[in-house]
Design a protein around this ligand. Structure first.
Ligand code: PLP
Ligand code: TYF
Length: 390
């Protein structure tokens, strides 16, 4: 049987982790996979997470099953952080814990497939490389449109408007809620407003991927577009990840929220989400969500978490400013947000940056701004100049 299989390409972003480790040059710089790094180059366990883990170690008295919905107190406590105070959210939003944002995307895709198998998913490119395969493996048709011009480092807003204007009622629009991966280019608030109007007018269903809340301009600001959209539309899905903003990556912490047209549909959405979770992973892993819940239940730990997240956000934006200051051609980097910016370059150039200069970025030219120190800006610019990128 297995001789029938064909080899598949490895995930090139994850392959960069090993390539960087295998490089023994001092001075190598890791701008590859999207994890936060501090001023020492480490991806630390956050202080609030350590405190919550300590608390759980001492007080958790059982590890019995929780059920396919996971930790519903975790799902509940995240709501005000993501959605603010909204009576509509209280009435028509249901959530379930998932294994990371990836699990939320997959579960959302399967829920869409169950409810409306003919819905197309509109995906602006470039996007996170897992988006398209997650939707197609849930047997949904994916339609690409150009989201950004990398040579100009600008949103192709006409192309976005065209794509949404020609979509059919009930089609799904995947939107990065903040901190676009891979470009760092988010819509302006005016562009979000226009997108919201189109979603309403054409009766499209937004599927918002929120994987970096708090790492752009802060928790509240980063949630503003999501809240604006939910205020206006009837139905929506939100794939949320706590893996970046709580530094819990390998614990796989996320949630899928679904907004239904009315209170009657909530029960149906909820039972389908639970049924789909059961056939995928039965129940989500507990530890990471228990940690987040413990933090959010404690005012002290919450304050600790918010302060540390603010520090992380400031550090990334400081790195952006340092790189922009080192080369006028890179000024756009300080206007972009989140972990990533995506330079326009060939994969050969990205390979040369790694091989000749020890500057590791994805083949696509995407760089993780958290991977550098402000003092690395000069070396990065020198490497980019040597390879003709500037
Ligand atoms: N969506 C985007 C845009 C991402 O960059 C990631 C990163 O991993 C995810 C979703 C998935 O997050 P998680 O690691 O929680 O599965
Ligand atoms: O884009 C990134 O680097 C992160 C991490 O298959 C990631 O989102 C990358 C690839 C992947 C899973 C997570």
């Amino acid at each position: 049987m297995f001789d029938q299989l064909n080899n598949r390409p490895a995930d090139s972003l994850l392959a960069l982790i090993k390539a960087f480790q295998a490089d023994d040059r001092t001075g190598k710089i890791d701008l590859g996979v999207g994890v936060y790094r501090d001023a020492m180059g480490r991806t630390p366990v956050m202080r609030a997470v350590k405190a919550a883990e300590q608390f759980l170690l001492e007080t958790q008295d059982s590890k019995k099953y929780l059920g396919p919905e996971g930790d519903l107190q975790f799902v509940q406590l995240l709501k005000p952080i993501v959605f603010g105070k909204s009576p509509k959210v209280d009435r028509c939003l249901v959530g379930i814990q998932t294994p990371g944002g990836s699990g939320a995307l997959r579960l959302g895709a399967e829920l869409i497939q169950t409810a409306n198998p003919s819905a197309k998913v509109l995906l602006g490119t470039p996007s996170w490389p897992n988006h398209a395969p997650i939707f197609s493996s849930a047997r949904l048709a994916v339609t690409d449109y150009a989201f950004v011009d990398l040579t100009l480092q600008q949103v192709k807003f006409d192309s976005v408007v065209d794509a949404l204007s020609s979509a059919a009622e009930g089609d799904v629009v995947l939107l990065h809620g903040c901190c676009h991966n891979p470009t760092g280019i988010d819509f302006t608030i005016e562009q979000w407003r226009q997108i919201t109007e189109l979603l309403v007018a054409r009766r499209l269903v937004p599927f918002i991927d929120l994987a970096y809340q708090g790492l752009g301009d802060g928790l509240e600001q980063d949630a503003a577009p999501t809240r604006m959209i939910l205020d206006a539309v009837d139905e929506a899905l939100i794939a949320y990840s706590c893996d970046k903003n709580f530094g819990l990556y390998r614990e796989r912490v996320g949630a899928l929220y679904v907004m239904t047209r009315n209170n009657d549909d909530i029960g149906k959405a909820e039972s389908n989400m639970a049924a789909l979770a059961r056939v995928n992973w039965s129940m989500p892993p507990d530890h990471g969500a228990a940690v987040v819940r413990t933090i959010l239940e404690s005012p002290e730990m919450s304050a600790m978490w918010r302060a540390e997240l603010d520090e992380m956000c400031e550090r990334v934006n400081g790195n952006r400013a340092a790189l922009a200051a080192a080369a006028p051609d890179l000024a756009f980097i300080s206007r972009q947000r989140g972990l990533f910016s995506n330079l326009s370059m060939s994969r050969e150039t990205a390979a040369a940056l790694r091989a000749r200069h020890g500057v590791y970025m994805a083949d696509s030219g995407r760089m993780n701004l958290a991977g550098m120190q402000p003092t690395d800006a000069g070396a990065i610019v020198t490497a980019l100049r040597a390879e003709g990128c500037l």
